[in-house]
Design a protein around this ligand. Sequence first.
Ligand SMILES: C[S@@+](CC[C@H](N)C(=O)[O-])C[C@H]1O[C@@H](n2cnc3c(N)ncnc32)[C@H](O)[C@@H]1O
Length: 195
Amino acid sequence: MIPFNHLGWLFNRFGNAVYPRTVIEAIYGAVRPVQSGGSVLDLGAGTGIAAAHAYRYRRDLRYVAVDPAEGMLRYVPDPIETVCAGAEALPFASASFDALLLCEALHHFNDPDAAFIEIARVLKADGVLFIYEFDPSTLPGRLLSRSEKLLGEPGHFYPSEMLVNTLETHGFNITAQQTGWRYTLTASLKRSAEK
Ligand SMILES: C[S@@+](CC[C@H](N)C(=O)[O-])C[C@H]1O[C@@H](n2cnc3c(N)ncnc32)[C@H](O)[C@@H]1O
């Protein structure tokens, strides 16, 4: 297992380096439609890098960073709120969030399907889900996936098309964007399209 609880300093120092400009702009795009005063959840937030990027673009929103590792959350900057919890059991009421950022974290979850059920539950009907992940069908993605499995991580790395199909079964419409060996997905719940 990767000891995230002891790696907050490392992510705080170097974590931003794995956020290319295209991904940062895609995060801006995900929070752009949120109405002023709306709420954004950064799930598997670590030190809150994704929420901090979104905050730089939209200071009029409320941000909540969720992670089971207190040692990561310790570095989350103000005014982002922190909650120590796992993605598989989120301590929030249904339909609490207008946008949810899930960056470089999904492959660490023990039970991604349970997390998708929770994500769909806590998002509002017209909420936006943004995912940033590594593509295991590319060489760097495959090497990363193997290395993490050697370290005892769950290693739930999905190729983009597989994650699109999985999210569709959880009721999402998805737009995918490939950025080299990484990709982003921006998804909305189908129930909002049916409104
Ligand atoms: C590689 S870090 C990414 C952190 C941050 N999103 C970023 O982009 O820097 C993965 C994070 O996922 C968190 N994590 C692991 N299992 C989790 C779970 N079941 N639910 C929520 N977060 C989890 C870890 O504690 C860690 O902070």
